[in-house]
Design a protein around this ligand. Structure first.
Ligand SMILES: Nc1cc(-c2ccc3cc[nH]c3c2)n[nH]1
Length: 241
């Protein structure tokens, strides 16, 4: 997968060079490039914003630098999926992460100020899929934080990036449920024991206990997820919990 990120704060995306994502890039599993939007400005002040047409507070990002950036980064024969973080976007979730992880080329446009001139997205829609995407119903200063989260959620699903693919199978939101609580050594910590079943070595009982805990936690913290499960997702044993 190729991932391009365009931003006026390239240093904000530095964490993408760390840990598993950095290693995935080093191993060629992803081709990640962060671009400074000001590369495509031509005035001495490298201006990327201007006052809003029709008045109003704040500034809007000028279309010209974005248009030139996309012209430089987009190969017409294989256009990317353009993702534009926005409070008004489609809510990002694990299902979207799974879909994006199958795509060949993602490009992220990080807005700042009061956003990007609408004509940039309208123009981009002529040649590529454009999705405005929201992390949630709260307002950030710009799109960079959202891109960090989305890139992490997507790249960890790419085969080979996460060493132990097995952990993907048991994590929250993978099977429509929250994951069971986790424990490790010591067997007792500050008078709090690890649940006996986890030390029993009885794999079927351990699997059942974890499934029960996942169902109970989902019912407690995210009943909406439980309500959204298809009938066939719950076994007879699940329904007895
Ligand atoms: N979910 C969410 C996205 C954003 C966001 C995204 C881009 C920009 C550009 C200027 N302000 C922004 C805010 N806030 N909250």
């Amino acid at each position: 997968m190729r991932i391009d990120v365009v931003t006026v704060f390239p240093e904000y995306l530095a964490p993408l060079n760390l840990s598993l994502i950095g290693r995935a890039a080093d191993r060629g599993l992803i081709d990640l490039a962060v671009h400074d939007l000001r590369t495509w400005t031509h005035d001495v002040h490298r201006t990327v914003d201007d006052s809003p047409a029709g008045g109003g507070a704040g500034m809007i990002m000028r279309p010209e630098p974005w248009g030139e950036a996309f012209d430089a980064l987009v190969e017409p024969a294989t256009p990317p999926h353009l993702l534009v973080p926005s409070p008004a976007g489609v809510r990002f979730d694990q299902s979207m992460a799974r879909d994006l992880a199958t795509q060949r080329h993602l490009m992220f446009a990080c807005g700042r100020y009061e956003g990007i001139d609408q004509r940039v997205l309208d123009e981009a829609r002529q040649t590529m899929t454009v999705t405005e995407v929201s992390l949630g119903d709260y307002v950030l200063f710009g799109g960079e934080v959202a891109v960090l989260a989305i890139v992490e959620a997507v790249t960890r699903l790419i085969p080979g990036v996460l060493g132990n693919a097995e952990s993907l199978a048991e994590e929250s939101h993978n099977d429509g449920l929250l994951e069971a609580p986790g424990y490790t050594k010591p067997a007792v910590w500050r008078d709090r024991p690890v649940p006996d079943v986890l030390l029993s070595g009885h794999h079927a009982k351990i699997a059942r206990w974890r499934r029960d805990q996942a169902l109970l936690r989902t019912a407690q913290f995210r009943p909406d997820m439980l309500a959204g499960l298809p009938d066939e997702a719950l076994s007879k044993a699940d329904r007895a919990v």
